[in-house]
Design a protein around this ligand. Structure first.
Ligand SMILES: NC(=O)c1ccc[n+]([C@@H]2O[C@H](COP(=O)([O-])OP(=O)(O)OC[C@H]3O[C@@H](n4cnc5c(N)ncnc54)[C@H](OP(=O)(O)O)[C@@H]3O)[C@@H](O)[C@H]2O)c1
Length: 237
């Protein structure tokens, strides 16, 4: 298991689901760990107590608050950008404000957070965004705006890998397929449809995503950059 004991780590959106699994995984490896949350104060405080990490209220939709939070952590070694929402629905009726809020959280925030982190990031740093297999494939109706946000991340990852590579900083996207969480419960109404697109017909466990994220953040990830690391049970195969 990679040793993160001397690392300064920030996870954006760590109170629930995949983000909480990432917090728990890094906490096993030590280090100075903080995570942000927006709506789930109780869950965030409980997780912080359980893991010995710090919970910070910062809404990713508020650019100034987000950038100030990233800057306040000093020279980071690892930034994981997990905070995201999924607005799924008929593009003819979904609220425009709902779509724009998703673009703020899923696209604008990762870009500004990654750039702010890179200002002071230590050499050999790691920037990891949680994208989605839907950045590559959207085989059901109603997901166009969500897919847009996750495809946008791909361009950002490729570009920032070029920008920060000379400093040894890697930039990658972990792209989950259907993963058991509040956003996409394994026993939810969409589960059977999701499994119909997968080679291995079950939801992914959030700790499977977290484990791979930790691998990328560890020493063996040093030459993996500008890449999309898909963990989707064959959803996009
Ligand atoms: N589950 C899946 O099947 C799946 C598949 C592919 C990709 N993903 C991606 O994985 C990431 C995590 O998804 P999940 O399934 O774990 O979702 P989730 O269960 O809904 O949890 C979302 C997390 O993001 C945080 N968050 C959301 N909006 C935020 C904001 N404005 N500011 C700060 N934090 C915010 C939430 O914190 P609060 O509750 O405190 O606001 C929560 O901790 C997302 O980027 C999602 O698009 C998920």
């Amino acid at each position: 298991m990679a040793d993160f004991s001397d690392k300064n780590i920030l996870i954006l959106g760590g109170s629930r689901g995949i983000g909480a699994a990432v917090v728990r995984r890094f906490a096993k490896g030590g280090g100075r760990i903080a995570f942000t949350y927006a709506g789930s104060r109780e869950a965030a405080e409980k997780l912080a107590k359980e893991t010995g990490t710090e919970a910070i209220h910062a809404d990713s939709a508020d650019r100034d608050a987000l950038v100030a939070t990233v800057a306040s952590r000093g020279a980071l070694d690892i930034l994981v950008i997990n905070a995201g929402i999924a607005a799924i629905g008929d593009p003819l009726t979904i609220e425009a404000d709902t779509v724009d809020r998703m673009i703020d959280i899923n696209v604008r925030a990762p870009y500004h957070a990654a750039v702010e982190a890179a200002r002071k990031m230590n050499p050999d740093g790691r920037i990891i965004v949680i994208g989605s297999t839907n950045g590559d494939r959207i085989p059901f109706a109603g997901g166009s705006a969500y897919a847009l946000t996750k495809s946008a991340m791909q361009g950002m990852v490729r570009g920032l890998a070029r920008d920060f590579g000379p400093r040894g900083i890697t930039v990658n996207s972990v792209q989950p397929g259907p993963t058991d969480s509040d956003m996409n419960p394994a026993d939810g109404p969409m589960a059977d449809l999701m499994h119909s697109f997968m080679a291995i017909k079950r939801h992914i466990h959030s700790d499977e995503i977290a484990e791979y994220t930790a691998f990328l953040a560890g020493p063996h990830g040093a030459m993996i950059t500008g890449s999309m690391q898909t963990i989707d049970g064959g959803f996009a195969a």
